[in-house]
Design a protein around this ligand. Structure first.
Ligand SMILES: Nc1nc2c(ncn2[C@@H]2O[C@H](COP(=O)(O)OP(=O)(O)OP(=O)(O)O)[C@@H](O)[C@H]2O)c(=O)[nH]1
Ligand SMILES: [Mg+2]
Length: 697
């Protein structure tokens, strides 16, 4: 009888352990109550490029439908058409603004769909009508001056075997003139370990096909240990440039998209290579390669939250036949932060039909659970639709291979067309007066650049940075975590560079490197430790100050933990990452709450554990303890008068989320624990035996 009970307990323990490690992430994460931040309207239909009805023409934005273009140069109608093209390319707010003569750097890409009525009906054009429409479009573009490139073509539209064309109109500017305008598209790669993120970036930016054994990724790595292990451990930045007609400028490729470059640009010459790409390109994409391994999750999360990407490129290994590992967390955070995502099912060359289909179904199912519609991109027509729909919350899926190059031309076409995502606006009620003053978020600090001194790289969040501007670096804290004076050090922006080119100004949305000059006394205070905690540069008029307390409206995602006062997760806000303690929790009406479970939302007041931070209300926030526990928005920052230092905990270990379990669960736990300790006893006895034998030997 005793043996039977022991057997049963062992089985139960094994099942529970198995359950804990192999429970489906969809069960761990509360997906149904996921908050969606300012995601544009979603439609219930699946985009279908073969349908003869598109969504009606959007009144604002870059896309224009034209059933037919017919006008003589110099006529009133032609002038109207040119004004309309101006409107689409400059996204003016009024007709007067559009009529003003503008610098070419103020023009962005526009997309014209020919043969499509305003209500979205795809009627097509006869060969003669199409030729006339294209020649009018070329004449209109010449007035900007801009270049017209055909992106996709639909033929055989009944009746009369007609054709519809989608064309890209791009101003004849160099990406160099756009560097300061905040017009670069920023994309972060995410996905499980070994799913092919670095390989895909190597392929896209170096033109070198993979051999399935890590050839393409070697150009993306920054450190020798990464080359040796094949595992990305820190953020790597790569640039992809497109010319006027959408050809990649990083390398040469022939008309069939077969790459000819066989010499990858290695780490040493990366800055110069990026500078050359910026010189030749009309459009630039900056990629940040993030890490897939669980051990580097905090780096990946910091990248997703702090690098403020316009899009995510998420890789899924089709060979695995399912979504596996950290990609679940990545996709949940992407959804909660409303970052539009492109999914690439990689390794389709080695994945069998069954594996590929089941991986695709798993991706679709997971995205559907989060309320995100997906669609598989098959050709250039689908790419155009994907570019239009991605900002409305649709997720395009590419089935590709870095070895055969399958679907890589289509992926590049999408990257060529993707616009910069309009910045998410914090709710007006949350923004501080004067918050439009200069604010630069620091990504990386280089304390001693030879011949220059202190240099930081980062992105301008508000305002415009110009050389010689006075600027304040913060938060500056001493070793005990207290602020030094007001928490800022005054410096001067000695010079600014973007893509390794000097620039006269960097506007909100642009990223670059900033050389900082200081007086001798201040320079001594800027030790590497102080610099590692400083995350922000603000203009002299900025209202932001360091504060110990931060309030956020949050939603708990992780199951089955429950959160109570004194819980201490790590908060990620922008590039800031620090442990904070939950001081109080309340519901929407301000009533105190004692416990939060998965799916619950609340207003939570946190106190930074180590030093005050500079945070802007309205920012997205993610909190984690190993894995992601919840997401939210900062609603308030400030300080309370504190009576004394916070009480020290007896144990040095941070308090973790308490697991609240039912009485039955607790009983089962007790049995399992008993069984495990017996099992452990047996194991250790066995080990002792083995050790004994070994020592005897
Ligand atoms: N056959 C085949 N192999 C691929 C493909 N893409 C990537 N690989 C291989 O998959 C392995 C892992 O690729 P990585 O690019 O290092 O994966 P990763 O997602 O960057 O991995 P982490 O940075 O560690 O998260 C390498 O050996 C690649 O050669 C593909 O499309 N086909
Ligand atoms: Mg990698």
């Amino acid at each position: 009888m005793g043996m039977l009970v022991l057997n049963w307990a062992c089985n139960l323990a094994a099942c529970m352990v198995k359950g804990a490690f192999f429970s489906k992430p969809t069960e761990r994460l509360s997906l149904s109550r996921l908050p969606r931040r300012q995601m544009a309207e979603r439609r219930s239909f699946i985009p279908d490029s073969s349908a003869l009805t598109l969504a009606p023409e959007p009144p604002l934005g870059k896309v224009e439908y034209k059933l037919k273009l017919s006008a003589q140069d110099g006529t009133e109608r032609f002038e109207e058409l040119v004004t309309q093209l101006n409107w689409r390319m400059r996204e003016c707010s009024s007709e007067e603004e559009c009529a003003e003569v503008a610098d070419l750097s103020q023009y962005r890409d526009a997309v014209y769909r020919l043969g499509v009525a305003d209500d979205g009906a795809v009627l097509g054009l006869s060969d003669g009508e199409l030729a006339e429409s294209m020649s009018v479009l070329h004449a209109m573009a010449a007035r900007i001056p801009a270049t017209v490139t055909v992106l996709s073509r639909r033929t055989g539209i009944a009746p009369g075997n007609k054709t519809s064309i989608t064309a890209l109109i791009r101003a004849q500017t160099s990406a160099l003139s756009l560097l300061g305008q905040g017009d670069q598209v920023r994309i972060c790669t995410v996905g499980n370990v070994d799913s092919g993120k670095s390989t895909l970036l190597g392929l896209l930016t170096q033109g070198l096909r993979d051999d399935g054994r890590g050839r393409a990724r070697s150009s993306v790595f920054r450190h020798r240990h990464e080359l040796e292990t094949g595992r990305t451990s820190c953020v790597s930045t790569m640039t992809l440039g497109f010319d006027q007609i959408g050809r990649v400028v990083n390398y040469k490729e022939d008309s069939e998209g077969v790459f000819r470059s066989e010499e990858p640009q290695h780490n040493a010459g990366r800055a110069e290579a990026q500078a050359r790409i910026a010189e030749k390109a009309s459009k630039l994409i900056t990629f940040f390669d993030l890490c897939g391994h669980e051990r580097y999750f905090k780096t990946t999360l910091q990248g997703m939250v702090g690098l403020t990407p316009d899009y995510l490129l998420c890789t899924v290994d089709a060979n695995r036949g399912e979504l596996r590992g950290m990609v679940h967390e990545h996709l949940v955070v992407a959804n909660a932060l409303a970052i539009p995502t492109v999914i690439c099912l990689t390794k389709c060359d080695v994945a069998g039909e069954g594996q590929r289909t089941s991986a695709l179904e798993d991706v679709k199912k997971f995205m559907k659970q989060m309320g995100t519609p997906t669609f598989v991109v098959k050709d250039a027509n689908d790419v155009v639709l994907a570019a239009e729909r991605i900002l409305q919350g649709f997720t395009p899926i590419f089935l590709c291979s870095a070895v055969t190059g399958a679907m890589i031309p289509e992926l590049k076409l999408l990257l060529n067309v993707l616009p910069r995502r309009p910045p998410l606006q914090a709710p007006a009620a949350l923004s501080l007066p004067g918050s439009e003053a200069l604010q630069i978020q620091i990504d990386e600090v280089f304390p001693q650049v030879p011949g220059v001194g202190l240099v930081v790289s980062g992105r301008v969040l508000h305002g415009t940075a110009r050389p010689n501007d006075g600027i304040r670096l913060g938060p500056i804290v001493d070793t005990s975590g207290d602020l030094v004076k007001d928490g800022f050090i005054s410096l001067r922006l000695a010079s600014i560079r973007a893509q390794d080119h000097p620039v006269e100004e960097l506007r909100a949305g642009s990223s670059g490197t900033f050389a900082l000059k200081s007086s001798g006394k201040v320079r001594d205070a800027l030790t590497p430790k102080v610099l590692s905690r400083s995350k922000i540069l603000v203009g002299t008029k900025s209202p932001l100050t360091p504060s110990r307390w931060i309030k956020a409206s949050i939603t708990v995602l992780q199951h089955p933990s429950s959160i109570r006062v004194r819980y201490e997760p790590v908060l990620h806000v922008g590039m800031t990452r620090q442990t904070a303690r939950v001081m109080s929790m309340s519901d929407a009406e301000g009533r105190p709450i004692s416990l939060l479970r998965a799916g619950d939302s609340a207003e939570v007041l946190f106190r930074w554990a180590h030093w005050p931070e500079i945070i802007e209300p309205g920012c997205a926030l993610v909190f984690r303890e190993n894995s992601v526990k919840g997401v939210g928005t900062v609603t308030w920052v400030g300080d309370f008068e504190e009576l004394g230092p916070p009480k020290k905990r007896r144990s040095g270990r941070p308090q973790t989320a308490k697991i609240s379990k039912s009485a039955n669960d607790q009983k089962r736990d007790r049995v399992a624990r008993g069984a495990r300790s017996e099992k452990a006893g047996k194991v250790s006895a066995k080990q002792k035996g083995r050790k004994g034998k070994r020592s005897k030997r």
